[in-house]
Design a protein around this ligand. Structure first.
Ligand SMILES: C[S@@+](CC[C@H](N)C(=O)[O-])C[C@H]1O[C@@H](n2cnc3c(N)ncnc32)[C@H](O)[C@@H]1O
Length: 287
């Protein structure tokens, strides 16, 4: 079938769900992956003919609002490729900003002779832990998640990106496996992007997120939206080195509450940052 005709079908069948630009981005992501045909190549030769199977199957999935990253089975984060499936949250650009902030704060320290110890809580695909391990020399990175299925994906991603990360299966709300932390092994940095979407915010979410991404990774109870942050603060007070840093990605609506939480837990030099869309999104505190 002519690729140009398939492109027309994409626009006709997806136009009620996505913008024209989004549809073209999906289309060319797929044509590059399946047929090695770029936007430019098709512009220069509009007669290209391809096997229709893989791309029309993907079109059906896009019509069901399945995220393109799950269709492709991978995504890019911080310049690295990560495998993703429905067991893990698709890494978001705002999380790249958090990684960037940590690197800016700790790159120098990681060049020093003493090893920098980092823990990522709720690692999912491993995107935060693996990007830090890749970019911080001399760091020992640990990553924890309650989901064994997510940890399988994260372990695969560590291999794919050629980094060593120690993965731990545990529930941060009642950690039992925490013997990996001993007094001599306290962390320089603890980072977390925990579940933070309140059930009441469901109606603001797009169906492609709601119906495909793991609810275990997304939602917290309306009556206790800071549940994970409180548990991680408690854990961090026990397990951060003196002057160690705690970094969080946060719910854009709960910035003030989060600053307060860090204050009452005795953290100092608290800094709330906005993402590129000017939403309160990241928080840092020093213990
Ligand atoms: C918002 S996702 C973040 C995933 C990844 N760090 C990222 O930034 O894309 C939250 C992660 O926390 C994990 N999680 C949920 N409840 C947990 C618990 N009680 N203990 C540990 N991890 C948990 C989920 O499985 C999920 O992978």
């Amino acid at each position: 079938m002519k690729l140009k005709a398939i492109q027309k079908r994409f626009q006709a069948e997806l136009c009620t769900l996505y913008s024209e630009e989004e549809i073209n981005n999906f289309f060319f992501t797929l044509t590059e992956a399946y047929y090695n045909v770029t936007r430019l190549k098709l512009a220069l030769d509009t007669t290209i003919i391809v096997e229709q199977e893989p791309i029309l199957e993907s079109l059906e999935l896009l019509k069901q609002e399945k995220p393109i990253q799950y269709i492709m089975g991978e995504t890019e984060f911080f310049g690295l490729i990560f495998k993703v499936n429905e067991d893990v949250l698709i890494p978001r650009p705002e999380t790249e900003e958090l990684v960037d902030w940590i690197l800016k704060c700790h790159s120098e320290q990681s060049e020093e002779s003493q090893q920098l110890k980092i823990l990522d809580i709720g690692t999912g695909s491993g995107c935060i832990a693996i990007s830090l391990a890749k970019n911080l020399h001399n760091a020992k990175v640990y990553a924890l998640d309650i989901s064994e299925d997510a940890l399988k994906v994260a372990k695969h991603n560590a291999k794919l990106n050629d980094v060593e990360v120690e993965f731990i299966a545990d529930d941060i709300l009642s950690p039992y496996n925490a013997e990996f932390v001993s007094a001599s092994q306290k962390f320089d940095v603890i980072v977390s992007n925990p579940p933070y979407v309140r059930v009441q915010e469901k109606e603001l979410m797009k169906p492609n997120v709601l119906e495909n991404e793991p609810h275990l990774a997304l939602f917290v109870k309306d009556e206790n939206p800071l549940q994970f942050y409180k548990a991680i603060c408690d854990f961090s007070k026990e397990n951060l080195k003196e002057t160690g840093a705690l970094f969080f990605e946060i719910n854009e609506y709960l910035g003030d509450d989060m600053v307060q939480l860090l204050k009452v837990n005795g953290f100092k030099n608290i800094e709330l940052r906005q993402d590129i869309f000017r939403k309160d999104r990241m928080l840092k505190g020093i213990f």
